[in-house]
Design a protein around this ligand. Sequence first.
Ligand SMILES: Cc1cc2nc3c(=O)[nH]c(=O)nc-3n(C[C@H](O)[C@H](O)[C@H](O)COP(=O)(O)OP(=O)(O)OC[C@H]3O[C@@H](n4cnc5c(N)ncnc54)[C@H](O)[C@@H]3O)c2cc1C
Length: 384
Amino acid sequence: MPTRATLRGGHRTPLDRDCDVLICGASFAGLAVARELAGSGARVLVVDRYEIGDRQTSACGIPTCWLEALSLEDSLQQTFGELVIHTPHATVRYALPWTFATFDYRTLCGVLADQAQPFEFQIAKVDGRSADRVHTDRGDLRAPLIVDALGWRRVLGGGANVQPPEALLSRGLEVHPFGWGDEMEIWIDRSYVPAGYGWSFPADGELRIGVGSFDPRFHVKDPTVRLACDLEANSVRYQGNWIPHALRDATEDGIFFAGDSAGHCLPLTAEGIRTALYFGIACGRELRAAVEGRRSREQALERYHAFSAGHALHFRWLLRVQRLIPRVPPRVLAQALRAIDHKRFIDWAFGHYLEIAHPSFVTDPDTAADHRGRRALDTRTVAA
Ligand SMILES: Cc1cc2nc3c(=O)[nH]c(=O)nc-3n(C[C@H](O)[C@H](O)[C@H](O)COP(=O)(O)OP(=O)(O)OC[C@H]3O[C@@H](n4cnc5c(N)ncnc54)[C@H](O)[C@@H]3O)c2cc1C
């Protein structure tokens, strides 16, 4: 694990550094970028306002094949072969062509950080940027290659940043009571949230119960408490955040953006972990090519930008469905969910869904830009 050079609060020492690659944000996207730079010889500096793995940022649900592809199995808590969807008029149970898993955030971040060695880690709050100089609460950091993996705020973007509720963001809140379960459950029920869904993800002695609203103006605390109460669980250990649901430019003003800062979280499902890892890897590969002199910085920016933008169609389609579902009358929705419960359709739909950010990308020897369109994959081979 990285050396901690500082203490918290007033004990923070001044920080003034030049490095080759500066990665701001040490969660899924930032650590995935750093992992791709391991052994490149570049001086990599990673900064975050918290210790690595300190603040869980999600329910930590992910396709299991992604944990396997990145050798993150140590963090695995539970796996689920079915997705259970409750509506007021029906409960459906889809047998998935691949499994979902819940994982332990601290362990996952720790393993990713180990895989990314050597790099320097510093705790600092990033406040903004002027050109290649990033301002933190401990001083300024300079690098020719800078990554913003700071989440939805997109702190290092140029110009004024759009903030909620005007921004294209959803909001999510969950509680983490102790408890056991063996089903991954979703509620599409307007009595909890008019546009969005509730969830319960068991994670080895803990339940992650929450509600997400696609409308950022709708407050989710009361429905989260109500859902927990309906499941006879305590509303304790809250965790919530804004969740982007629109793809943004993955480069801007010479900066690389990965994960939520680039809107890489998938609309409709709000699944943003595997995409943060996926786009983080793509970004890291371009940075590695730049530090090894195989590409110029401008080429790396251009290629990563195009790679991310190449996924826009998938994001647009998911956003359309996200907007459509709240308009469908609940009885019709229940009928539709029942009607699609056929193995061939579920395999096809979830196969395509996984394909948007497929785990085979982790070991794909080719760089990012020619990846899409070249590979025709049978997703079941990965799930097997
Ligand atoms: C309640 C909830 C549940 C969710 N559940 C799931 C789920 O089960 N599965 C899934 O795939 N997705 C889920 N998501 C979405 C997922 O959490 C995000 O898409 C994902 O965390 C994005 O990863 P990231 O690395 O881009 O950003 P983040 O995980 O948000 O990491 C950003 C990092 O930057 C640091 N940081 C932020 N600002 C600063 C600053 N100014 N200075 C220094 N450091 C800073 C933070 O400390 C953090 O470490 C959920 C979201 C919410 C809100």
